[in-house]
Design a protein. Structure first.
Length: 314
């Protein structure tokens, strides 16, 4: 015989069959049996954590293989995103530079409309490496009509310096911070209008000095200093700086003041050279003013002679 079935096997099979029928009957008839409910909860609580663990394990294995097979695509996407980011950063910098340049040009145009100067704009192309001289080089020269000692200002109207040496297409500018630079200054306050000489300190981290101020002159910290216009070298009204400190000088016979230059508040990228301005000399019967005017001219002329003796060529 193919199957050797004895009585014990038949009894066991019958019992299993009856148990299955019993549970099926209980399930479909929804008879509430405490023992059945307890066994059902026990089986559920035992099997559920195992099933969850198996599910998480399967998901982890799937994600691992998905990542493994797609790592080349991910790397390529990262590379593409970095390239796009670099392009966008360059575009942002380019647009920011254009925006800054437009703002500077607007200010320059507004300044030109307010004054009666003949000016030419220029870009700063170099700074002097020397610690003894404070100069910059601009991209305008003799072919643009520049001449020595022409005043140089920023687009805000701040005094920057004067033309020192000229080439065909470039020029060297001696800055107001240079220790050889001298310019007549006047207090902008209408109830003062005291004058003096503003001299370069030779260092960017130190203020300029305004001396030759009358001992009883009305000058105080916070006053704005302008070019006096008492000489033929600079037009009147160019902003120089702000008074930081005032003290007596020459044994009490005069005063001097520390001047924080307004030029230090900006970055020199473009400047304007004043090619022509009204050099009408103020006619006055006041002896003191005539003496002051003569002193300013003498000081600026001595500076001119000192600068010419150097005879620097560009």
């Amino acid at each position: 015989m193919l199957f050797n079935i004895n009585s014990n096997t038949l009894v066991t099979a019958a019992l299993i069959f009856l148990i299955i029928l019993f549970f099926i009957f209980i399930y479909f008839t929804e008879i509430d049996l405490p023992l059945f409910n307890w066994l059902s909860d026990l089986i559920y609580n035992i099997i559920t954590p195992i099933l969850n663990l198996v599910h998480q394990l399967i998901e982890s294995i799937q994600n691992f293989f998905i990542t493994l097979f797609s790592i080349d695509e991910v790397n390529q996407e990262i590379k593409d995103l970095r390239q796009k980011n670099s392009v966008l950063e360059r575009q942002i910098l380019f647009l920011e530079n254009i925006n800054r340049e437009n703002q500077r040009l607007r200010k320059t145009l507004n300044f030109k409309e307010k004054v009666d100067y003949q000016m030419v704009g220029a870009e700063v192309i170099a700074n002097s490496p020397s610690i003894w001289e404070k100069t910059i080089t601009i991209n305008r020269g003799s072919r643009d009509g520049l001449e020595k000692r022409m005043p140089v200002i920023s687009y805000q109207g701040y005094l920057v310096g004067r033309v020192e040496n000229i080439g065909i297409s470039s020029a060297q500018i001696r800055l107001i911070t240079d220790h050889d630079f001298v310019v007549g200054g006047i207090i902008a306050r209408t109830d003062s209008r005291e004058i003096g000489l503003v001299k370069g300190s030779g260092r960017d981290d130190q203020p300029n000095i305004m001396d030759s101020i009358a001992w009883d002159a009305d000058i105080e910290p916070g006053d704005i200093i302008l070019t006096s216009g008492l000489s033929n070298n600079f037009p009147a009204g160019l902003k120089i700086g702000e008074v930081a400190k005032v003290e007596t000088d020459n044994y009490g016979l005069s005063q001097k003041a520390d001047i924080n230059l307004l030029m230090h508040q900006i970055t020199l990228e473009e400047v304007m050279v004043i090619k022509n301005f009204n050099r009408q000399t103020n006619i006055t019967d006041n002896k003191q003013e005539q003496e002051n005017e003569a002193e300013i001219n003498d000081n600026e002329e001595s500076e001119k002679n000192d600068g010419n003796s150097e005879n620097e060529e560009i």
